[in-house]
Design a protein around this ligand. Sequence first.
Ligand code: SF4
Ligand code: SF4
Length: 93
Amino acid sequence: MALQITAQCVNCWACHDVCPNDAIYQDTPHFLIDDDKCTECLGDHPDPQCAAICPIECAIVDELGDALNPPGSLTHIPIEKIVEMALLPAEYL
Ligand code: SF4
Ligand code: SF4
């Protein structure tokens, strides 16, 4: 059970220091999560801390590929407008 960082990541470092398990590390082209270390914060916090602080929608996904901050959740841009403006690849919608 582990989260993953996607190509949407902008390498802002925000998530790096909030992980209770030091599971997040810098890599190229973007940060990654060590799935042997990630516990989804169970036992440490009520919510995954990386996703709680990440400013980018769809940068962190669960094992099913579902974004913890889905399109529109942070910006509050209506989903139809996101599609219209092509702000995200179709697979994120
Ligand atoms: S969900 Fe929690 S344990 Fe997993 S990478 Fe994010 S902050 Fe670390
Ligand atoms: S907070 Fe989000 S955008 Fe920033 S480094 Fe972490 S995953 Fe990437």
